[in-house]
Design a protein around this ligand. Structure first.
Ligand SMILES: [Zn+2]
Ligand SMILES: [Zn+2]
Length: 147
């Protein structure tokens, strides 16, 4: 099985791929997961098209050096056509392990969710080699995504 990069435990074909192909996300959390997968797969077109036009940047250069390690969704709250999703994304970049904490805001227009903006902070992070890998594989970090 081709595991979805978002760490849902589902196959990519049953999770984020349909969204990347244009299907409407069923929730802001699903959209947020598909955007994380798009970062992993460097799909800047998808990141821009799922970004609300009011805050969308003109272009989105993605950094080849960023290696995404895993996503944990902490909270998802929806009220009508707006929603907030808080998550932790872990990655390795510039020789350091880091984690991004973000609460992102989303709006729904004509049945499609869009990312608006978020409050983010970055911290360095030191994974234990015997810890469960943040990618969700169930393997120890040292046997999975380390190095
Ligand atoms: Zn997914
Ligand atoms: Zn892993």
């Amino acid at each position: 099985m081709n595991h979805c990069p978002c760490g849902s435990g589902q196959a990519y074909q049953a999770c984020c791929e349909p969204l990347h192909q244009g299907q409407a996300a069923s929730s802001a959390e699903a959209l947020m997961r598909s955007r994380y997968s798009a970062f992993v797969q460097q799909r800047s077109d998808y990141l821009l098209s799922s970004w609300h036009v009011s805050t969308r940047p003109g272009s989105l250069p993605l950094d080849d050096d960023t290696h995404w390690l895993g996503l944990t969704v902490e909270r998802h709250q929806q009220q009508g056509d707006s929603a907030e999703v808080c998550f932790v994304a872990r990655f390795h970049a510039q020789g350091r392990y880091q984690q991004l904490w973000e609460c992102s805001r989303f709006v729904r227009e004509q049945g499609h969710w869009f990312y608006v903006d978020g409050d983010a902070r970055w911290q360095s992070w030191q994974p234990g080699r015997n810890d469960a890998c943040p990618c969700g594989s169930g393997n120890k970090f040292k046997r999975c995504c380390a190095g």
